[in-house]
Design a protein around this ligand. Structure first.
Ligand code: ADP
Ligand code: ASP
Ligand code: MG
Length: 402
C-alpha cells in the first residue's frame, strides 16, 4: 500500500512536533507501507519570509518572492529527514527539482503540468520514506514557482494521483472539516464526510482547511482525501464523490476576509462599459469575484466588484491606466469587507435558504452589501468587523451544531 501523508505548518511548529510527526510516519512504514510525506513550511515561516520581502520592497518581483518562500518547505523537508534518521528510519528529502514537480510559469499561482515520478519511485523501491517539499514546482525555465497560499495540499493530491496512491491523508491542527471554522464558531460540528463539490465551494469561499486546487484535482483524478489532526488519533473527515449520509440542507458556512472591494464611480450608462472594464482585468490576469452594477441615473452608473486583497493594487493601477478609455469619475477601494457564504447541495431542492440566512443577519443587525448565489451556495458581502459574529449567527440559524 502507498500512502501520501501531508502535514501543515502548525503540525511542525516545534521540534517536539516534528519528532512526533516522524514517529507517526514511521508507523506506516514499519507496517510495510510505502510512505511519501509532503510538508509545508514550519510554523509561520512563509509569512515571516513574505514580511522580510516587504521590509525591503513595496512591490517585490514575483519570481524572487517564489525563490524566497519556497525555501520554507525545503527547510521543513530536510529537518524531517534528519529527525527520521535520528530514529533510525531510512528517509530522503526531495525538493521540487529532485521530485520532478513541473508547473506552469505563473509565479505565486502556478499549476501542476506534469510530475516525473521516477526519482520518488526509485527511493520508495529502496525502502525509504520519501519527504517532498509541498507548495513548490519548477517551470519551463527551471525557475522555482509556488502554488498559492495553502498549496501544499495540492502537492499531496497531485502526488497521490501521479503515484496512484492508495490513501491521501491531510494532517492539520483541527480534527477534520467542520460546519464552520471551529476557531470562529465554537458550536461547529465535524463532518464525517463531504462531497468534492461542497468541499470545493467551502475551500474556494474561505475555508482554509484545504486548498481549493487540491479539492479540484482530487475530484478530477478521483483521489479520496482524509482530513484529520496531527495531534490526536480522532477520525477525520473523508472528502469524496458520493456521500453516504443523508443530505443536509447546508454543509457549512465559510468566511473569507482576504478580499477587497473596488467601486468604479460615474461610468457612462451605455452598452459595452462592463465589457471594457472587465476585459482590462482579463488581460491583466486579475480575477474578479462578485460584481454589482447600480441602475443608471442621469446617464451614469457605478460598478462594484470584489477581488483577492493581494490583487487590489494591481487592479487599481490597471484602472488608472485605462482612465481615458473608461471615462469614470472616481475609484473607491474598501479593504474592510469580508465574504460570508453558506454551502450545501441540499439547498437545490429547498427554497427559503436565502431568506433564512438574510433573516439571521438582519436579527444581528448585519448589513448585506452584495449578494451572489449559485445552485449550492449563497454568498453575501459584509463589513469585515462583523464577519465572525455573522458566521456564528448564520451557523446557528441553520442549526448546524450537535
Ligand atoms: P495547515 O497548516 O495544516 O495547512 P491551515 O491553517 O491551512 O493548516 O488550515 C487549518 C485551519 O483551517 C484550521 O486551523 C481552521 O481554523 C481553518 N478552517 C477554516 N474553515 C474550516 C472548516 N470548515 N473546518 C475546519 N477548519 C477550518
Ligand atoms: N507554506 C505555504 C503557505 O503558508 C503552503 C502551505 O502551507 O500549504 O501558504
Ligand atoms: Mg493549509
Amino acid at each position: 500500500m502507498l500512502v501520501i501523508k501531508k502535514f501543515g505548518g502548525s503540525s511542525l511548529a516545534t521540534p517536539a512536533r516534528i519528532i512526533a510527526v516522524a514517529r507517526r510516519c514511521a508507523e506506516d512504514y514499519q507496517k510495510g507501507d510505502d510512505v511519501v510525506v509532503v510538508l509545508s513550511a514550519i510554523g509561520q515561516a512563509t509569512d515571516d519570509l513574505l514580511s522580510l520581502a516587504r521590509q525591503v520592497s513595496d512591490r517585490p518581483p514575483k519570481r524572487e518572492v517564489d525563490m524566497l518562500i519556497s525555501t520554507g518547505e525545503q527547510v521543513a523537508a530536510a529537518v524531517m529527514a534528519i529527525a527520521m534518521s535520528a530514529q533510525g528510519i531510512r528517509a530522503v528529502s526531495l525538493n521540487a527539482f529532485q521530485a520532478g514537480l513541473r508547473t506552469s510559469g505563473s509565479y505565486g499561482n502556478a499549476r501542476f503540468r506534469k510530475i516525473d515520478t521516477e526519482r520518488i519511485r526509485h527511493e520508495l523501491d529502496d525502502r525509504k520514506i520519501v519527504i517532498v517539499t509541498g507548495f513548490q514546482g519548477i517551470n519551463k525555465y527551471n525557475d522555482l514557482t509556488t502554488l498559492g497560499r495553502g498549496g501544499s495540499d495540492t502537492t499531496a493530491v497531485a502526488l497521490a494521483a501521479a503515484l496512484h496512491a492508495d490513501a491521501c491523508e491531510i494532517y492539520t491542527d483541527v480534527d477534520g472539516v467542520y460546519t464552520a471554522d471551529p476557531r470562529i464558531c465554537p458550536t461547529a460540528r465535524k463532518l464525517p464526510e463531504i462531497s468534492y463539490d461542497e468541499m470545493l465551494d467551502l475551500a474556494s469561499l474561505g475555508a482554509s482547511v484545504l486548498h481549493n486546487r487540491a479539492v479540484e484535482m482530487a475530484k478530477k483524478y478521483d483521489v479520496s482525501l482524509v482530513v484529520r489532526s496531527s495531534m490526536n488519533r480522532n477520525e477525520g473527515t473523508v472528502v469524496r464523490e458520493v456521500t453516504g449520509v443523508e443530505r443536509m440542507l447546508i454543509s457549512g458556512v465559510a468566511l473569507d476576509k482576504n478580499i477587497d472591494r473596488i467601486t468604479v464611480i460615474g461610468l457612462k450608462d451605455e452598452p459595452g462599459v462592463a465589457f471594457r472594464l472587465f476585459s482590462i482585468f482579463a488581460k491583466g490576469g486579475v480575477n474578479i469575484d462578485l460584481i454589482l452594477q447600480s441602475s443608471g441615473h442621469d446617464g451614469l452608473k457605478d460598478i462594484s466588484f470584489t477581488l483577492a486583497d493581494e490583487d487590489a493594487d494591481e487592479a487599481l493601477a490597471l484602472l488608472e491606466k485605462s482612465r481615458p478609455r473608461l471615462r469614470y469619475r472616481e475609484l473607491d477601494l474598501d479593504r474592510g469587507v469580508a465574504k460570508l457564504s453558506v454551502v450545501g447541495v441540499g439547498m437545490m431542492s429547498n427554497p427559503g435558504v436565502a431568506a433564512r440566512m438574510f433573516e439571521a443577519l438582519y436579527n444581528e443587525g448585519v448589513n448585506i452589501q452584495m449578494i451572489s448565489t449559485s445552485e449550492i451556495r449563497i454568498t453575501v458581502l459584509v463589513d469585515e468587523r462583523e464577519g465572525e459574529h455573522a458566521v456564528r449567527a448564520v451557523h446557528d440559524a441553520f442549526e448546524l451544531s450537535e
